[in-house]
Structure formats: structure tokens, C-alpha cells
Design a protein around this ligand. Structure first.
Ligand code: HEM
Length: 189
């Protein structure tokens, strides 16, 4: 579940978003055209697939496959003036914080350009934590990011997806779509 369900759902949401945002989809295809020169994407292209990385990051913001983290307090603890008693269960939700307008203006808008360096550095580091944080954060973050970008690039260079059905969230262990996400494919490359 940690290695497959997460990134599979993450990419499903990415296609869902791209199908509804043609400008982002065009931006992605232009980058792929420029950087791949007709080749299949591999590790060597990764450093140039900047916009593809922005698209994935923005998708993990709006639809974080891991949408909630829980911890049990081992001892009494003060967090910003709120006393957390020993034994209490703390719930921290990526889904909520990633949609908080204090950190992400116009939070429901899919805007991959939020991830350019200047805008990213203007936000508190932990306003975005799709892979968790601290000593138990995701050991697969690097792998998931690499495979996410390369799979996105491999499919998007050949295929354009358009949405067929409306999609609702089904928040379980991972944030998944409630029903199969049907799409119409058009060959473009
Ligand atoms: C988009 C893809 C992924 C997301 C969103 C994700 C998210 C997360 C999150 C939020 C945690 C921390 C859980 C917590 O603090 O309670 C975590 C932990 C973990 N992830 Fe991932 N993950 C992804 C991909 C992967 C992949 C590809 C692997 C393995 C190949 C992996 C293996 C693990 C493992 C083993 C842990 C537990 C680490 C520990 O407890 O020390 N994850 N992941």
C-alpha cells in the first residue's frame, strides 16, 4: 500500500486535474516536446522536467494520497499554548492544510506555477507535507517523485486525456476516487 496505492492514486488525481485544465496540459506537452526530443523519458531527463514536477506537486497538494496523519502523545506537551495530554491522539490533515488560504491563495485553483522557487520559498516549509515530516517521513519520497514525473511524462508525450465522468473523493487509508475515473484518450505524439 505504501509504495503502490499512494503514487497510483496520486497519478489518477493528476490526470483528473490535467483533463480539466487544458492550459496546464499544454504547458506540460510543450516542456516534453522541448526536453525529450522524441525520446522516452528516463532518469537523465529528470532535471529538465521542471513543469512536470510542478504539476505533480500541485496535484499532491490538492489530492494528497496520504490525507491525514495521526500520532499518540507519549507525554503532556504544549503546542503553541494548547496543552496536549499524554495519551491523546493528534490528527494532522494534509488535505486541510494544503487547502488553507493562509498558505495557498485561491487554494482550490489548480496552479502548477505555485511551485516556482520564489513562490515556494515564501511559504512556511511545513504548509505542504504530502510525504509527512520528521523522523518518520516517507522513505519512498525520492522514488515516488521520480516515478511520478517519469510516468506522467511517458504518457503525456503520446496521449491527451479528457474527462468523461465527474469524480468524487473517497477518503480511506489513501485518498482515492469514489468510482473509476473514465477518460477519453486522444493520440497526440
Ligand atoms: C505519492 C506517493 C507517496 C506518498 C504520498 C507517501 C506518503 C507517506 C507518508 C505521509 C508517510 C508518513 C506516515 C506517517 O508519518 O505516519 C509515509 C511513510 C512511508 N512510506 Fe510513503 N508515500 C509515497 C510513496 C512511497 C513509496 C514509493 C514507498 C516505497 C517504495 C513508500 C514507503 C513508505 C514507508 C516504508 C513509510 C514508513 C516510514 C517510517 O515509518 O519510518 N512510500 N509515506
Amino acid at each position: 500500500m505504501a509504495g503502490h496505492d499512494t503514487i497510483a492514486n496520486g497519478l489518477t488525481w493528476t490526470w483528473h486535474l490535467l483533463a480539466r485544465h487544458p492550459a496546464a496540459e499544454t504547458g506540460l506537452r510543450e516542456e516534453l516536446h522541448r526536453t525529450l526530443g522524441g525520446e522516452l523519458p528516463t532518469f537523465k531527463h529528470l532535471k529538465d522536467l521542471t513543469y512536470a514536477g510542478f504539476v505533480l506537486a500541485e496535484s499532491l497538494r490538492l489530492y494528497p494520497p496520504s490525507w491525514v496523519l495521526t500520532r499518540r502523545a507519549l507525554a503532556d506537551h504544549d503546542i503553541g499554548g494548547t496543552m496536549i495530554p499524554a495519551g491523546a491522539i493528534i490528527v494532522v490533515s494534509q488535505y486541510l492544510l494544503h487547502r488553507d488560504p493562509r498558505f495557498f491563495p485561491d487554494p482550490l485553483t489548480f496552479d502548477p506555477c505555485r511551485w516556482d522557487t520564489a513562490r515556494q520559498q515564501a511559504r512556511p516549509r511545513l504548509s505542504y507535507f504530502p510525504f509527512g515530516a520528521g523522523p518518520r517521513s516517507c522513505i519512498g519520497q525520492g522514488l515516488a517523485t521520480m516515478e511520478g514525473i517519469l510516468l506522467l511524462a511517458a504518457v503525456a508525450r503520446r496521449w491527451q486525456c479528457s474527462a468523461v465522468t465527474p469524480v468524487d473523493c473517497d477518503p480511506r487509508a489513501t485518498l482515492r476516487p469514489k468510482a473509476p475515473v473514465l477518460m477519453r484518450l486522444r493520440h497526440v505524439g
